[in-house]
Design a protein around this ligand. Structure first.
Ligand code: FES
Length: 94
């Protein structure tokens, strides 16, 4: 049985902090334009307070951003599940 191929990149969700992307990835705008992260590992803001969006600048700490590192089950764990990707995200395209 062949070994599963490891993913080219990983995204780590930090509790009360950013998303850290490591590996071989391409960062792009919603229109497909390239964004140069300037480094191999990059932290993306998920608190909305960074002045360097889409990158984290550490402001989440002063802003008191609180979010878990695992999916939030929401008020009804038996409900419909996580939200669908944004229709313009291309996440459902092969
Ligand atoms: S997650 Fe760090 S500034 Fe938003």
């Amino acid at each position: 049985m062949p070994r599963p191929t490891p993913p080219a990149a990983s995204v780590t969700v930090y509790e009360n902090g950013p998303l850290l992307i490591r590996g071989d990835y391409a960062l792009r705008t919603a229109l497909g334009g390239p964004i140069d992260p300037g480094r191999d590992t990059v932290a993306l803001c998920r608190c909305g307070k960074s002045s360097l969006k889409p990158f984290c600048d550490g402001t989440h700490k002063m802003a008191g951003f609180v979010a878990g590192a695992t999916p939030d089950p929401g008020p009804d764990p038996g409900g419909p599940g996580p939200a669908s990707p944004h229709p313009d995200s291309g996440a459902d395209e092969g």
